[in-house]
Design a protein around this ligand. Sequence first.
Ligand code: SF4
Length: 421
Amino acid sequence: MVEKKNIKSRTLKATSGLKLEMGRHYLAIEQAIKEGKPTAWATSGSPVELLYAMDVQPMLPENSATISAAKGQSKGFIEIAEDEGFSYDLCSYFKTNIGVTSSNTIDMSVGGIKKPTFMLSSDVICDTHVDWFQVQSKRFNVPHFTIDVPHVVSNTSNRQKHYFKKYVIEQLWDFINFMQEITHHEFDINKAREVAENSFDLSKIWQDIFELRKCVPSPLSTKDTFGGLFPLFTMPGLKSPIKLYKKMYKEAKQRVDEGIGALEEENYRLMFEGIPFWYNLKFFNFLEQYGAIIVYEPYTYSFSKYMDPSITKDILLNSPVETMAQLMLSFWYIYDLKTRVQKFQETIKNWKIDGVILHNNLSCRPNSCGLYDLKKHLMEDSDVPCLIIDGDMNDPRKLNSTQTINKIESFLELLENRKKN
Ligand code: SF4
């Protein structure tokens, strides 16, 4: 049996600033609504930067849903949605949002959300986003703009890629026109550049933080990154989260320089693919008690959208809208299997990962699709131990904790035996 040593972990002091940072975001929403300024619901992966550039206050229902889960409220909201006829298998973020609005929950501290001026969705990550806002925009009787993003697959030619980019660019300009009509705000290219620069800087520091996680021992854990990711998709374009990330980086770098890890004892380095169980983050503490640290999550990394090395700051500032289209076409979650396997293999090597835990998310197709193929390739081609666990990011009914803990313990035992041999 692998030994549970009750190893303690150290969260970065700077991470405590996250609460304040997110508080600013919720305050800005309250303020905008109070002053009658335009607001918009936006799905993750959609160009939130354009909202900031047009002085529209974003609200992210997925972020609100995670709060409901963390506060132990998501199950109740999901059941309200199911009572209304939404299927047990549908996305639990979507159903949480349905339950929140059907129960007229506006208290943001439990994941409540308010009526927006309009809604912005995109199918860059999943088609549920579009269906979700189609349903909710009808209920709230507000306009809905959706951006269709074609997926680049293995055989996509350069000619097709060029066409895809042109197609998305046209939609982004249509979206800007749509916002101008609704808000009566004029599009200002200099403001768009300023927002784009902040978004770029925010993402780059996040990537630098991830670079530090390559070090052994890793200076930070999921206690810093799971919550730390939220400014990336709620506030890309603002200056204040950049300061928070810089502080996190500085403290993590100091730990690296002093050889201090996030865990008192680091025994196994893991990758976790998928959305965490927001209602049960203690699960990750459980891993750490064995000295198992997650050093990379593709999910939290993917929101630092400037991953295509051909996109430099100069290019971005020169043409922020056009570059946004290119970014939407290079999002991690639209990778085909071949590229995804290759990315995983590179990451496993660079971050010195001993094993991979794959979250088979029962209500999210983009997160669960291809996991068995991915596992097969990583195990057979690269001899990397992989474990698939079933669960759901927001619906606690779908996680069998005892069974999952048993699986994890066996997996850690396997990693321990490999170390010995
Ligand atoms: S199905 Fe998955 S990707 Fe789509 S909204 Fe739900 S959690 Fe997000």
